[in-house]
Design a protein around this ligand. Structure first.
Ligand code: HEM
Length: 543
């Protein structure tokens, strides 16, 4: 009996082994045949790019893991030109026409499948909806929450938080030791705290108060948002992305939930709780016949102008959660870039502070309106910061729809993924001449500098930090108001300087090609911009 079962076990093991060998051989054959197809017969076969990227997504994933995918794309443009195949099925472009062809309102594309991988809800929010018709429907409702009126109300939150933030920047200032300068401030942290508190008030009806020095568990949330995005980004850039998206609703989401790090769960719970509390407030306000004029309120009231449709409770949850990611790191990273460059460029700093201080008589006067809009150098500094430290350094990928599309005069068939990388575009020498220099003057027509109106129009239509077309940034006006008010209010009241000997965030010889310049701010790419520093000190303005 036992020898029979022994024999059976041996035969089963042998059969398993044969199946494994067969499975492995079939997979290997598939991989090899696919690599041959991708290299020689794929519609992108003749597209220039790194050789391994022709048949494998591994280099793309490797750079996503390293966080330098944006620099890798830039390097490839230097080596291969305006059009580069960065993995078997994706091409990125630098040409101005390509940007219009891909993102413009007539483009025959949709957001690529990788957007679906971010989704954790039953119904994706506007920013993660890839079907153009569904996206257009959601966007029509969302636009109702981002009107001139809502921007005006948002500006009030910005001012209130910025004033408190400036007081805190100045606090713990030991004038006798530091000649009036504050302790060192890591501007990545300080920006995150400020922007998060503004966002809390603007979208969730309460300040999270994380800029306050008192212990606060929410203080780690901005870091968790970034951790969450950093964790997923390499998966989306890997050969397994399609499988990942397919498997998510088929059990993978459940498994992922089991292994999700505790801190990411804390982040999900925080968002859920914040939205629930804000919904309850909206209900209470309705009963008391009053209203809080924040973005959430405008979202509750928003209706599709075509169909009259409103957000369901689930949709409202998803949209509010989206604003945390869309509205926090984006503004925070552009601001970090601004502090880095303005603190290292004496001429720009002097010109900017004198413009702000001569335009306004008091800090209270620094508000949205004609006077602020007249600060041309301020807006030129913001444009320059948006260019040199983009909020999303790599490409916003789009998939070509049935019927194909023409990009920069060349036909691309259905299914191919296309995009333009913001980091590479902002550093295009043919357009900007000296792209690594922080030079706001390039945005101001002037006989003295030789910059013409045509020059300004050319660079502005080329580089679009908020994107163009149907999927452009819904919060552009709020973001611009935030940046202008924070910078103008801070520099109206404070002087700033780089902490002597501190270079956090700066380029360094050891970082390699494209990242060596110590006068350049360096970031990590995780779809959003991950950054550190700069380390600054402030003091009450002396002039
Ligand atoms: C400097 C700051 C900002 C920049 C540079 C920026 C840029 C962008 C870009 C490039 C996109 C398209 C992303 C994609 O297709 O993958 C986008 C989408 C979006 N942004 Fe912003 N953004 C900024 C700030 C904000 C703020 C403050 C808010 C709201 C409070 C916001 C709300 C949104 C929303 C809702 C979308 C999705 C739009 C859609 O799918 O139709 N953004 N943003």
């Amino acid at each position: 009996m036992s020898s029979l079962s022994h024999l059976f076990a041996r035969e089963t093991a042998a059969a398993c082994h044969e199946w494994l060998v067969l499975g492995f051989s079939v997979t290997l054959c598939y991989v090899i045949l696919r690599a041959i197809y991708n290299t020689f017969f794929h519609p992108l076969a003749t597209c220039p790019g790194p050789f391994v990227a022709k048949f494998s997504k591994i280099p793309n994933m490797y750079h996503a893991i390293k966080g330098d995918r944006h620099v890798w794309i830039w390097q490839n443009h230097q080596l291969y030109g305006d059009k580069v195949r960065i993995h078997p099925n994706e091409v990125v472009f630098l040409a101005p026409q390509a940007h219009r062809d891909i993102y413009g309102s007539k483009a025959n594309v949709r957001r690529s499948k990788s957007y679906e991988a971010w989704n954790t809800a039953k119904e994706p929010n506007t920013a993660l909806t890839i079907d153009p018709a569904s996206h257009a429907r959601k966007r029509r409702i969302l636009n109702q929450a981002f009107t001139e009126k809502s921007v005006k109300h948002a500006a009030a939150f910005v001012v209130q938080h910025t004033e408190r933030w400036i007081d805190l920047l100045l606090a713990e200032n030991d004038a006798s030791i530091n000649d009036g300068w504050t302790k060192t401030r890591n501007m990545t942290d300080w920006n995150d705290w400020l922007i998060f508190d503004i966002l809390g008030d603007m979208c969730f009806g309460r300040s999270f108060d994380i800029k306050e020095p008192t212990p606060n568990p929410i203080r780690k949330i901005p870091h968790l948002v970034i951790r969450h995005v950093e964790l997923f980004y390499p998966v989306l850039q890997s050969p397994f992305m399609e499988f990942f998206v397919w498997a998510k609703p088929r059990g993978l989401d459940y498994l992922l939930n089991l292994i999700t790090p505790e801190e990411v769960k804390t982040y999900y719970k925080f968002i859920n709780d914040s939205v629930s509390e804000r919904m309850q407030m909206e209900q209470d306000d309705k009963e008391a016949e009053k209203s809080r004029l924040d973005i959430f309120h405008f979202m509750c009231a928003a209706r599709d102008p075509l169909t009259g449709e409103q957000y369901s409770e689930d949709a409202l949850r998803g949209e509010a959660a989206m604003l945390i990611v869309a509205g926090s790191d984006s503004v925070s990273s552009v601001l970090a870039g601004f502090w880095f460059y303005i603190s290292r460029n004496k001429l720009a700093y002097t010109r900017l502070t004198s413009e702000i201080r001569s335009t306004f008589g008091s800090s209270d006067e620094v508000a949205s309106g004609a006077k602020l809009a007249s600060c041309t150098y301020l807006y030129a500094c913001i444009d320059e910061s948006l260019r040199i430290t983009p909020a999303g350094p790599s490409e916003f990928s789009r998939e070509v729809l049935p019927g194909g599309t023409t990009i920069n005069g060349e036909y691309f068939p259905e299914g191919v993924v296309v995009g333009c990388s913001q980091w590479a575009m902002g550093r295009n020498e043919q357009i900007f001449g000296d792209p690594t220099r922080f030079r706001p003057e390039r945005y101001i027509p002037s006989k003295a500098t030789g910059v013409t109106v045509e020059d300004v129009n050319r660079i502005k239509s080329y580089y679009q930090p908020f994107l163009i077309g149907p999927t452009n940034c819904a919060g552009k006006n709020i973001a611009m108001a935030e940046l202008a008010l924070i910078i103008a209010r801070t520099l109206f009241r404070l002087d700033l300087r780089v902490v002597p000997g501190e270079s956090l965030g700066a380029g360094h010889r050891s970082l390699g090609w494209g990242r060596r310049d110590e006068n350049q701010y360096q970031v990590r790419d995780a779809y959003i911009t991950v950054h550190e520093g700069p380390m600054l000190q402030f003091r009450k303005r002396t002039e």
